[in-house]
Design a protein around this ligand. Sequence first.
Ligand SMILES: Nc1ncnc2c1ncn2[C@@H]1O[C@H](COP(=O)(O)OP(=O)(O)O)[C@@H](O)[C@H]1O
Ligand SMILES: [Mg+2]
Length: 488
Amino acid sequence: MTKQPAQRAADAAGGATGDSDGWHELAVANPTFLLERLGSECTDLQGLRELTVNGLDAIDAQSPVAGGRIVWDVDWLRFDASGGRVRKLSVTDTGTGMTAEPLYRYINQLASSSREQSAAGNFGVGAKVAAGSRNPHGLEYRSWHQGHGALVCFKRHPDGRWGLEPQRWPDGHTDYWRPLSEADKPWMLRAQDHGTQVVLLGEHERHDTTQAPESVTDARRHWITRYLNARFLHLPSQVEVVVRERSARQEPGHLQRVHGEQHHLERHAHAAGVVQLSDALARWWVLDDDHRARRREATFWASTGHAAAVYGAELYDVLPQTRGGYGRLQDFGIRFGYERAVLHIQPRVQAGRLGCNTARTLLLLDHEPLPWARWGEEFTAAMPDEIRQLQERAATADGVPRQEAIRQRVSAIMPLYRLSRYRPNTTAAATRHRVGCQWSRRWACRSDQGARHPAGRRIGARTRGRGAGPLRVRERARARRRRRPLRL
Ligand SMILES: Nc1ncnc2c1ncn2[C@@H]1O[C@H](COP(=O)(O)OP(=O)(O)O)[C@@H](O)[C@H]1O
Ligand SMILES: [Mg+2]
């Protein structure tokens, strides 16, 4: 039988006798440090994933066939009670729900999970770490199981300790939880006797957690939909995951279903296929050429070219375009038209060789980063005809022959290579001298006055005037007049 944490702590403090077999199990002396340490490894949006997966698991445990609903919405009860001033984001699921005791056991203990705990499944640190660490003002769990409702609030004490905030009961006493009535249910759980709502209270009382965190730079209005679509390849069809989007006037708008990326790829791809790599399957899609429509949709899903790794039903290692996303496609031999190519690499290796880090930000193969470079070479060697044709077409803009298209592209970037402050150097000796010699700076200046290098070499004209000295101003002015832009 598992001991209560308080009992374990008392055992540890009082020189306990340990478990029944005399074994003294490892305990965590400073759980707050551990939570914050693990939390610092998560991205700001990781909590969206953890809370959604908790809802999916709870629905699967409640009704695997009938399914259920997960709704990301404003906590309307709080919103109404505050006269519309307090806006907190919440996620509600129609899963099993929890009573007070499981709430204590699973929400207030790290590495504690009612689901199968494994390298591939739950770590028991999910939402508490990823969402908890971003909401020091509290993660409020309101849960109903067999008609009984209970509330706990996992938060950071002003002195820095994480734990459950004491709750005042109607009779005046306090406990780690308090009962909830029918009137406390969010709209989605009315007429249901099970389900959970988690409210994200953010960093302080007035923090509007329905707004995207500052680290989100793109698609801020649809940040939850955009993140979930990019994170999940697909979601179980029997579970409806919906998000309340913001309207253009920043008011809460309508509910929008999230399907995961595959749904969108299938609607927008005009060719698709699979390439077998030595230890992975590379699924590829060529997206349609309606750039304008896809640009509009980019606020909801990753609608331009990218390469990602697949693990279970989730996508890992998705690089944004601005951080080398297109570069990775080029490493896969897709040098033109890459904004329309999507690659999903699904490693096919023995169980146990593939796993993700605790923060679920990275996928690791044999504890190392994924072998993107090798996969890129293998894919290039087996390039599908459709992607080859995409590249041919992309390289010939409006019927311009390929060589001409390449020339146009190169001439577009040529100005970046123009070095306006230098002329081509015709004296190789001077270059060698400047690069390789410790005397260069000093002697370059003195050479204006006829000085010589200790090795007896003359200083080249290009190096003249680079050091400090009285002749420099005149020399520089003359050099500036002579200077021409470098023509390549
Ligand atoms: N919405 C929920 N409905 C039912 N049980 C939940 C819910 N959220 C969390 N739990 C329980 O709390 C446990 C801890 O959740 P979490 O902190 O996310 O860690 P993990 O999911 O990695 O186990 C879950 O394994 C589950 O047993
Ligand atoms: Mg979880």
